[in-house]
Design a protein around this ligand. Structure first.
Ligand code: FES
Length: 337
């Protein structure tokens, strides 16, 4: 296979900007199994195309990283096989990856030039091969397409493409996972009588590891609850100075503590106008939902158990990316002579 053939598929992908991707994901979400609906939305928020493009095209990436206050591991190319470990579909990653590489390196013209259809077609091939329902494969296939667009075929093909979760965990059915996700703890008979004692809930921050939980006292915010987990997380992620959720300001000012909410979003306090404004300025999400899948842990208190995902990085880039997009649109509007 030649590089030219490989770039044909990439050229097709590169025709899709972040708006086209938003439209594609919105069309695919109804077809995704409940176990991966929120996880897919969260992944696409964790790895925004506009940020990847801004970093790729920056004359001085180090300066841009400083300007956008990026911390942690924000390059998808460094986590091709692991970025989506919180999706149920991660189990099917080797097959999805190899089906996409085969398509990207083939001479065959795609059956459709529509992105959502191509994603569904590849998901269907993999689902048939594995004898699983296609709804379990569409989310991870969407993730794989976007990963290829951001990292390029060479890096995508070179990654080992392994399943990175324990074999026992991988055997769990989607129904079992959904049943246990953010399941409220029984408070026991004594607690029911002693109503003055606060209820205690479990926050799970990695569904693939039973050790990855901490306790949250009813009404506490996620960041404060996480700080009571005194295990050492700093060695794995220097941003984690107190517990598994990175924090700095504790007042919705810095964007460090953003988390994805896989389960239990409805038990969190509704987004305040300040949180909504700040989360948009950071560049994470722009939504009018009262209980979105992305929250700031330091201002999100809960009245029940939760399942969350901690992103591997944080930054402040909303305004910068908006300006870049406006400049791009302006340049497209300028008449050519
Ligand atoms: S710790 Fe700064 S926004 Fe939450």
């Amino acid at each position: 296979m030649t590089t030219t053939e490989a770039t044909l598929f990439e050229a097709f992908l590169n025709q899709h900007d972040s708006d086209a991707w938003t439209d594609t994901v919105n069309r695919l979400i109804p077809k995704i199994h409940l176990v991966d609906k929120n996880a897919t939305k969260i992944w696409f928020t964790f790895f925004p195309l506009d940020l990847a493009k801004a970093l790729q095209s920056a004359e001085n990436p180090a300066e841009l990283i400083r300007k956008l206050q990026l911390k942690g591991n924000f390059y998808l190319k460094d986590q091709i096989d692991s970025s989506h470990i919180f999706l149920y579909g991660h189990r099917f990653w080797p097959e999805v990856k190899s089906a996409i590489v085969e398509q990207a390196l083939s001479n065959k013209a795609p059956a459709s030039l529509e992105l959502a259809t191509q994603i569904s077609d590849i998901a269907s091939i993999v689902a048939k091969k594995l004898s699983v329902d296609i709804s379990l494969v569409i989310g991870i296939t969407s993730v794989a397409f976007m990963t290829l667009q951001q990292v390029g075929i060479t890096a995508f093909k070179m990654s080992p493409g392994k399943v990175l979760i324990d074999a026992k965990v991988a055997k769990k059915s989607p129904e079992t996972i959904l049943e246990n996700r953010a399941k409220d703890n029984s408070q026991g008979l004594i607690m029911q009588f002693l109503r003055t004692i606060d209820k205690v809930w479990t926050v799970t921050f990695n569904e693939n590891d039973p050790q990855c939980t901490f306790k949250l006292i009813d009404g506490q915010d996620i960041a404060m609850a996480g700080a009571s987990d005194k295990r050492d997380y700093k060695a794995r992620d220097p941003r984690c100075v107190e517990g598994p959720v990175p924090v700095e300001c504790r007042s919705a000012a810095c964007g460090t503590c953003w988390v994805g909410v896989l389960g239990g979003a409805e038990k969190l306090v509704p987004v305040s106008s300040r949180e909504k404004k700040r989360i948009r300025e950071f560049g994470y999400i722009h939504t009018d939902e009262t209980h979105p899948v992305i929250r700031l842990a330091c201002v999100s208190s809960s009245s029940g158990a939760l399942s969350i995902v901690v992103p591997p990085w944080n930054g402040v880039f909303g305004r910068h990316l908006r300006k870049l997009k406006e400049a791009e649109k302006d340049s497209q509007r300028e008449p050519s002579y």
